[in-house]
Design a protein around this ligand. Structure first.
Ligand code: PLP
Length: 410
């Protein structure tokens, strides 16, 4: 095996890496996708575990069908905080009582960013970067317009990401909040959350992080890093399914101070008293607004079982091997064909996906899909190779990128 790993034979290396992969068996626990040769988009929509189908069926028959309305008081009311705590423990380095599942990432971004800027009255600026995911930028543009704030934009290198020194230059006594992504959705760059959060705090600002591309793939230590607020998706590496609800983290010490603006009955101190006037529920429940999407939390619970079993450290180790293998394939096969890598070379700075660029990639998407190879396309000419460690094999990566190479050589 060691010999194969050291040789330049890329096919033999895939075989050897799969043989040595302690997580290899997890791949069979996901539903097979017919005629898919290589699924390289697990960072955008994770695959369903087979158990998810069984659990959904059981939930509908026994829980929804059997318990009916009693399900709410039996247990569903506790699900947002219960599953939030599971995500916190397994993927976020967050002690209990600080993470909740609700809404979409966009809506949680709005609720928490609004709460954060309102908690720093007199401060008039929010610092963010030009390459953050569109919804993050749009939501903050909306809040800035609503609250009369100025957005201070950091220009980031799209092949890398935001640097602590850039943040240090941008923050000051006027900064209310900084918002960045832990893993850049385009390049896969891993930001130095601890350093940037410290810089924000030293300036008296709050630090908010979008974990959509790290949760379940790259270890996160929110409590240790001193992060104030974070949000993220469940449907990417956490395999929560299309449109699965998002999660939010609010540091314990800030829970009486940050007040989210969408005051609904489910975030009320006593939801079922239905009394006059809103009073925030104690703790993390105050982040809830309306009825939580219980049905859509079932797949997330199943996927968290898988993550608990596999362990995030093993997932991260395989992720680094997968992205490293993609870089090797890109260097040997694709670079001579004009493809450039716009992701970090340093495995410690690289998240779970690799972006390749070449003019004309847009035209390859359809033939790739026809051939059963499914990467992610980012305008204008980027292919994102997303590698979900629990459901992706090295042989699959080899097959997918060799098809891409063949299309490029025509
Ligand atoms: C995927 C993603 C989102 C998606 O937000 P939704 O509200 O679920 O559409 C937000 N932010 C980042 C960084 C993402 O990668």
């Amino acid at each position: 095996m060691t010999d194969d790993l050291a040789t330049g034979d890329l096919a033999a290396r895939a075989v050897a890496l799969d043989a040595a992969d302690p997580l290899a068996a997890y791949r069979d626990r996901f539903l097979p996708a017919e005629a898919v040769v290589a699924y390289l988009d697990g960072n955008s929509l994770g695959k369903p575990p087979a158990e998810t189908a069984a659990r959904m069926d059981r939930f509908i028959r026994d829980d929804w069908g059997g318990r009916l309305i009693r399900g709410w008081t039996d247990e569903w009311l506790e699900w947002p905080a219960r599953i939030g705590d599971r995500i916190g423990a397994l993927a976020l380095g967050a002690a209990p009582g600080q993470t909740i599942v609700a809404d979409s990432t966009t809506v949680l971004l709005y609720k928490l960013a609004r709460a954060a800027v309102d908690a720093r009255p007199g401060r008039t600026e929010v610092v963010l970067d030009t390459d953050n995911f569109p919804t993050d930028r749009y939501v903050l543009e909306g809040i800035a317009a609503e609250r009369g704030l100025t957005l201070r934009w950091i220009e980031t290198d799209p092949a890398a990401g935001v640097h602590p020194s850039q943040v240090a230059d941008a923050v000051g006594p006027r900064t209310a909040l900084v918002l960045f992504s832990h893993v850049a959705y385009r390049s896969g760059w891993i930001a130095d959350v601890a350093a940037i959060t410290r810089i924000a705090h030293d300036a008296g600002a709050l630090a908010m992080w979008d974990l959509s591309h790290s949760a379940g793939s790259v270890p996160v230590w929110l409590d240790e890093w001193g992060v104030d607020v974070a949000v993220g998706c469940s449907y990417k590496y956490l395999n929560g399914g299309p449109g699965g609800p998002a999660f939010a983290y609010l540091r314990g010490g800030l829970q009486d101070e940050l007040r989210q603006p969408i005051r609904g009955w489910m975030g009320h101190r006593a939801a079922f008293e239905m009394g006059p006037g809103h009073e925030y529920a104690p703790g993390i429940r105050a982040l809830l607004s309306g009825t939580p999407p219980i049905l859509a939390m079932v797949p997330l619970d199943v996927s968290l079982d898988l993550l608990a079993e596999a362990g995030l450290d093993a997932v991260r180790t395989k992720s680094q091997l997968l992205t490293g293998y993609v870089l090797d394939l890109a260097d040997e096969w694709l670079a001579p064909l004009g493809v450039t890598v716009t992701s970090p070379r340093d495995p410690a700075r690289r998240g779970g996906h690799v972006t390749l660029n070449r003019p004309g990639f847009a035209d390859l998407l359809e033939p790739l899909w026809d051939a059963g190879v499914i990467p992610d396309y980012r305008r204008p000419d980027g292919l994102r190779i997303g590698l979900a460690p629990l459901s992706t094999s090295f042989a699959e990566v080899h097959a997918g990128l060799s098809r891409l190479r063949d299309l490029l050589t025509g």
